[in-house]
Each structure stands twice: as structure tokens, then as C-alpha cells.
Design a protein around this ligand. Structure first.
Ligand code: ADP
Length: 224
């Protein structure tokens, strides 16, 4: 299905994670059913979500009566209660929902969620911790996303004069750093997406690069 077409989402658990997903999906014009067993949480989302209902998602009858199997996407955003998160993910997958995203609390939880068929498993706290740590350690890395065990994407400030006023070709970016520059953010905020080899790198530009985590670190060190 097309990405921007209206799709149906069900969010189970309206903590900080599920809640912010709910708000953002609604802002993007999507339909959202929000479910939580805590009545206060549901009241909070009554006027935000398309529908908000009080219900225990661990109860199979509840999931069935809400027609969960008809949703395109289900987000299992149950926090602390790992057992509930696992059981709900399992049931939702068994009901045939094509895309189930589940939030993991730790590595073991993530492995179980993947095994029982979650289509996407996210660890927001761990991932945000990694991003922030990279940002703290390096004065050039502004943002950092791990794409896999080996690959990362990073936004790196051009702070070494040896890089100033040279084209990507002159810098020989791909050969020297084995990194792909996917975008350049100029100091005035303008963004050049998919820059060509003749694009000039200037002082205080930010380069959005993709490559192995090792190569990203090498480029980061070169900026110092
Ligand atoms: P976060 O880290 O996202 O803030 P929380 O643990 O605070 O995580 O939020 C999880 C939400 O999931 C809570 O609002 C809780 O009431 C809800 N929840 C937990 N178990 C169930 C369940 N079995 N059915 C429905 N909602 C649940």
C-alpha cells in the first residue's frame, strides 16, 4: 500500500511512547484506535484519537470485539508489563494483522518479540541513549542513527578547514572515507538532497552521511 494513503492504526498502551505515536499519526491524517486498560489514560486521548477505548488487550475477546484483525498496523506500546506485551503481540499476529510494531524493554524482550513474529521491534530508550551519547562524545556529530549492527547514518559538522570550499569530488569522499553523502545542510538551513559530485562543501555545513560505523568514526576524527 502507498505510504501516505489513509491507513488504520491501533495503538495498545497510551504511555509516553504510544501516546506520542498516537498524536503524530493523527497529525498526519491517519485513523487511530487507541486502547488502554487505564481509564485516565483513555480519557486523555478521547479528543485526540479517532476512537479511544478502555480495555485489557490481554483479553482475546476484547481484541476480537474491537476488530483488531482488520487493522493495517498495530503498535504494541505496553511498557513495563513484558508478559502482557508478549502475549498481546502473539495474539495480534495470530489474528493476521500484517504489520505489528512492538516496543521492547530490553534485549531479551526484543528477541522474544522477533521470534513470535513482530514485524518491527523498537527500543526507543536504548536507541535514544546511543544517539545522545554519540552527540555528547563528539563535538562534530549532531545526530546519529544505527541502521544495523555495521551501518550508521550520522550528521557531521564540517569544522576542519581542509574540507572548506571543496567539491565532494575534490574531497574524494567515497574513495577516502567510503561514505555516501546523502544530504548537505547549509548553515542557513537550506538542504541539498542527494548532492552531486560537484557540490561544494562549506564551513559549518552539516553532512548527512551513511556508511559503516567505523568509517563514520574515522570521518568524525578527521574533523577535529
Ligand atoms: P511508556 O514508557 O511508554 O510511558 P508505560 O508503561 O507508562 O510506558 O505505558 C504503557 C501503557 O500501557 C500504560 O498506559 C498501561 O496502562 C498500558 N497497558 C499495560 N498493560 C495493558 C493491557 N494489558 N491492556 C491495555 N493497556 C495496557
Amino acid at each position: 500500500k502507498e505510504k501516505n494513503m489513509k491507513q488504520n492504526y491501533a495503538i495498545i498502551g497510551l504511555g509516553r511512547f504510544g501516546g506520542s505515536i498516537c498524536r503524530t499519526l493523527i497529525e498526519s491524517g491517519q485513523e487511530v484506535l487507541a486502547i488502554d486498560n487505564n481509564e485516565d489514560r483513555v480519557n486523555e486521548y478521547m479528543n485526540i484519537a479517532t476512537h479511544a477505548v478502555v480495555g485489557n488487550a490481554q483479553d482475546e475477546m476484547t481484541l476480537k470485539s474491537l476488530g483488531i484483525r482488520n487493522f493495517d498496523h498495530v503498535i504494541v506500546a505496553i511498557g513495563e508489563d513484558i508478559q502482557a506485551s508478549i502475549l498481546v503481540t502473539l495474539m495480534v499476529k495470530e489474528m493476521g494483522v500484517p504489520d505489528v510494531l512492538a516496543k521492547a524493554q530490553n534485549e531479551y524482550h526484543a528477541r522474544v518479540l522477533e521470534k513470535i513474529g513482530a514485524d518491527r521491534v523498537v527500543h526507543p530508550e536504548r536507541d535514544m541513549g546511543i544517539r545522545i551519547a554519540h552527540n555528547l562524545v563528539s563535538k562534530n556529530i549532531l545526530d546519529y542513527v544505527e541502521l544495523s549492527d555495521d551501518y550508521s547514518m550520522a550528521e557531521i559538522r564540517v569544522s576542519n578547514p581542509r574540507f572548506f570550499d571543496k567539491t565532494l569530488l575534490e574531497l574524494n569522499f567515497r574513495q577516502r572515507f567510503a561514505l555516501t553523502v546523502v544530504a548537505i545542510r547549509r548553515s542557513d538551513g537550506k538542504v541539498v538532497v542527494s548532492p552531486t559530485a560537484d557540490e561544494i562543501v562549506r564551513k559549518n555545513d552539516n553532512l548527512l552521511v551513511i556508511g559503516t560505523t567505523e568509517d563514520v568514526d574515522i570521518l568524525d576524527n578527521k574533523m577535529n
